[in-house]
Write a protein of this length. Structure first.
Length: 196
């Protein structure tokens, strides 16, 4: 199956490896907190907010996004308990099945970055050895993220359950999840940015 992937590190011909960024260690403490109960999880979120403030002042904001790692941990907790057949967000590769979506998401994520940072981002056509990858709405994920920031655990869990059931929001933004072998077969970066 042919899909599209945006990356700062992938090169043409490379094989994509699920979970290669090894973010599980950032999400696992939140999974363990949920296993111990809602109060433990909320306490971890409050601690995360504090660490975020400290790390943000130190210029380490990317790694301090407590809400992202808490959301990923919550999604994995919900997946393990209720949707074990679903692909783990912590052990997959994310793709898009539409070039227009790829370009729009590039603009949202990197459109405001400095030109040298934008130049590191590439778009590839990927051959994925998966005839039935899982299609999920990123907008539902974003609802859970927002709920985590508000400390609304019930709303975050409800969004995670909707996500894994494959439900969509009124304006879905589709991401494709697969844990199967894949390879970058064509560089389409020229479609992301206008020629100089």
């Amino acid at each position: 199956m042919t899909l599209y992937h945006i990356s700062q590190t992938l090169r043409l011909g490379d094989e994509l490896r699920p979970g290669n960024q090894k973010f599980t260690d950032l999400a696992e403490p939140f999974i363990q907190g949920l296993e111990r109960g809602p109060d433990c999880f909320i306490a971890m979120l409050l601690n995360g907010k504090y660490l975020f403030a400290v790390m943000n002042r130190s210029g380490l904001r990317e790694w301090a996004d407590y809400a992202k790692w808490a959301t990923e941990g919550l999604f994995e907790y919900v997946r393990r308990r209720s949707f074990p057949e679903a692909v783990s967000r912590l052990n997959c590769v994310y793709y898009y099945d539409d070039l227009a979506d790829s370009k729009r998401l590039y603009e949202e994520d990197w459109g405001e970055e400095e030109p040298e940072e934008q130049a590191k981002v590439r778009l590839y056509e990927i051959e994925v050895a998966d005839e039935a990858p899982q299609r999920r709405d990123m907008s539902v994920y974003d609802e859970a993220y927002d709920a985590i920031e508000r400390l609304d655990l019930d709303a975050a869990i409800a969004a995670a359950e909707r996500y894994f059931r494959g439900e969509a929001s009124a304006e879905p933004v589709w991401e494709i999840l697969s844990d199967m072998p894949a390879r970058a077969v064509r560089d389409l970066t020229h479609l992301l940015r206008p020629a100089p």
